[in-house]
Write a protein that binds this ligand. Structure first.
Ligand SMILES: [Zn+2]
Length: 177
């Protein structure tokens, strides 16, 4: 579970967990990873200082994605059921890899577009178009009439490459857990 805690320090992972689990998603998963054994929703709620219904909502969302599951036990004296929740590490690993691969694909597509086409843009930010379209527009912004300028995409490309390197690191970390 140490590696889950490491992963939860990474922004891209936190964003994903918050997206599938809601605002308290990251905190709930962190408490579960720290406990390192099945815990009740009351336990998590106590730690977080929120209502147990809030925690249940998060757990149900995670359960829908398959990244948590529960044991159900009946107390023989009271007849009440207790649910203890735990992280399904294998499924969490799969879900994170899928998410990272999807992101990777999007970034590669963007990068290829920047590498294969020349772009022109209005200095006031109205339009950004390919060379072909810029030619049709006589290199003039259709909104304000300013001349369109060739875009230097080097910085943007480097940022995308940096994102790819970060994703590669995350994937390696996920695979190692
Ligand atoms: Zn313009």
């Amino acid at each position: 579970m140490e590696k889950v805690l490491d992963l939860l320090k990474i922004d891209a992972v936190r964003d994903y967990i918050a997206r599938i689990g809601g605002d308290y998603g990251v905190d709930v998963l962190k408490i579960m990873a720290e406990a390192d054994e099945p815990v009740t929703d009351e336990y998590i709620a106590g730690f977080l200082g929120v209502k147990v219904t809030v925690v249940r909502t998060v757990l149900n969302r995670f359960h829908f994605w398959g990244i948590v599951d529960y044991h159900k036990e009946r107390d023989p004296d009271t007849g009440w059921y207790t649910y203890t929740w735990f992280i399904r590490l294998g499924r969490l690993r799969e879900a994170l890899l899928e998410e990272m691969e999807e992101k990777e694909k999007e970034i590669i597509e963007k990068l290829e577009e920047l590498e294969n086409y020349m772009f022109f843009e209005c200095p006031k930010g109205h339009e950004r178009v390919t060379f072909e379209v810029a030619m049709e527009l006589n290199f003039t912004c259709p909104v304000c009439g300013e001349p369109l300028k060739a875009v230097d995409t080097e910085k943007e490309k480097e940022e995308l490459r940096e994102k790819l390197r970060e994703i590669a690191k995350i994937k390696a970390l996920v695979r190692s857990m």
